[in-house]
Ligand binder design. Sequence first.
Ligand SMILES: CC(=O)[C@@H](O)[C@H](O)C[C@H](N)C(=O)O
Ligand SMILES: O=CC(=O)COP(=O)(O)O
Length: 264
Amino acid sequence: MTTGTDARLDRIGTDGNYVIVPMDHGITIGAVQGLKDIESTIDGITRGGADAVLTQKGIAPRVHENKNGKGYIVHLNGSTSIGPDENDKRPTGTVEDAIRVGADAVSFHINVGSDHEPDQLSQLAEVTSTADRFGIPVLAMAYARGPGIDSEDPEALGHAVRLAEELGADIVKTGYSGDADSFQHVVDSTRLPVVIAGGARGTDRETIEMVRGAMDAGGSGISMGRSIFQHEDPEAISTAVSGVVHDDLSVDEALREAGLALEA
Ligand SMILES: CC(=O)[C@@H](O)[C@H](O)C[C@H](N)C(=O)O
Ligand SMILES: O=CC(=O)COP(=O)(O)O
């Protein structure tokens, strides 16, 4: 039987793999490149092959007409980089708000290892309970972040993704541990589809190598923001990422197909 959650998961992915572009960073770091004219960025990345875009609820009116029929996820917490503690993500909306503005799924960020982990843990558990009542999928953004925490440590990342499954999420996003071998431990820690964040923008080759490594480790795609929306050609980099996630292309094939330079 196909549940409402299954049906909506199909709207934000393709055959169980996901190319999701989060653009909720306006709260965290402001209206950086790619977010000012968010309408044209959304148009480009969805033309390029992204399955879904993700924003805070207030941006919803700028999303729907520009997403070329692709999926839409509303993010439900946030913090700023200039406030007292960036790890202290606070609720910014509810599952009901997300449904009202036309979301196909919701997402929630938890910093495992931070001082705010206990609050975020119970908030995520509440989000998954409510989402389950409505049949709407939850993408948990489960980072390893906090005092003394190595945010690329495969053990910590494995713990974070497992926690997301224990709390009832449907997909989990986490940081990349740096290579396919170590990331396999992260993927093996849960039965959930695991997708990777991108972090600060690198070169095109670095971005695509990271995506290839995650897929080789058994990952299910990406939820990459800055590497895609800050790119001077969001459509091209989305095409390259999608080529790896959906068409199993090599790094060189993906860069070539997208018309991007092969060198780093
Ligand atoms: C700006 C960052 O450090 C990112 O990794 C964020 O934590 C990701 C997130 N989507 C955000 O901007 O809050
Ligand atoms: O919502 C934020 C993310 O999923 C990841 O953003 P990044 O800019 O790729 O780190």
